[in-house]
Design a protein around this ligand. Sequence first.
Ligand code: T6T
Length: 351
Amino acid sequence: MKRSQLFTTAGVAAAALAMAACSSSSSGGGGTSSSVPAGGGNTVSSSSSGSSAPAANGKSYKFSFIQGVAGDGFYVTMGCGIQAEAKKVGNISINIQGPTQFDATLQNPIIASVTASKPDALLVAPDDVTASQTPVDQAAAAGIKVVLVDTTLKDPSKAVSQISSDNLAGGQQAFKAIKQLAPQGGKVLVVNTKPGISTTDQRTSGFADAAKADSKYQYVGVQYDQDSASVAAQVTSAALQKNPDIVGIFATNLFSAEGAATAVRQSGKSGKVKIVGFDADPDQITALKNGTVQALIAQQPYQIGTDAVDQAVNALQGKATTKKIGTKFAIITQKNLNSSASQAAIYKTHC
Ligand code: T6T
């Protein structure tokens, strides 16, 4: 897999922000023309077949990808990587489904029905570290090769591989970014999805621990938005009313960042309250351009997708797998936004 050199590791991310230079990324090669259409019911699904080129061992495979939530640019982009890699390997059909909300009670029945359909591999972003454990374990017990993409479980041992960003480090880097944007210090807030999502919990911990350890800053806690931009806007507005002297907000994912940006703009504090958001979908990029958001930490969902296919194929062919793969971040700022690398790091709305 190609990994752009412009992708920064967490360790150099803050320095990259300070320079506001080319710390951004490419999300890899182009995707297939297949897309994930919005559908009715509580799932969104699509299928696409790979090319007719045979897999290395001459077999054809059926893969399922279950997103954390449908209609999220992060998982759409991951699906593009999955489909492109499946096409490259050949003879792999891909079925993509996701719940309409980031909620294990909606996702678990999808995992169960996919398990019943007996795919060769299940690439899944579990919605809850605890509540998703049983259905994912049942898939593995049924002989399906499970790859955890993005989120993880309390016990990930049944998976042949898990692939994600280093989310704890991501939260720490977000605090460093806030420090550079608001060097005078002051109150800082986290806007997060909901407890139990491994990724955003880790980002929050990374940020909170770093903020609490710095006496110039006062951590005013976390507000939960249920992975909804409108709830994120409401809770951010309320927090800004309660603490009008907040200097920085870390929004732990795409919808949190969109909602936090709306609230800061509506309060007339754009540019005064600094926002660092995880992820980089087109709406977040608009907020960055408008000056409501100062920095976006883009992940590599496309890369996670291509790596996941490769790990599943390795497992199916009896080859060694890599138990844990960490993908990188890119920091996008107004200054580097127009670079081709930053443009390539923006999440896709379709493949
Ligand atoms: O930030 C990503 C993903 O890493 C997280 O697990 C859930 O939220 C996103 O999908 C963005 O909305």
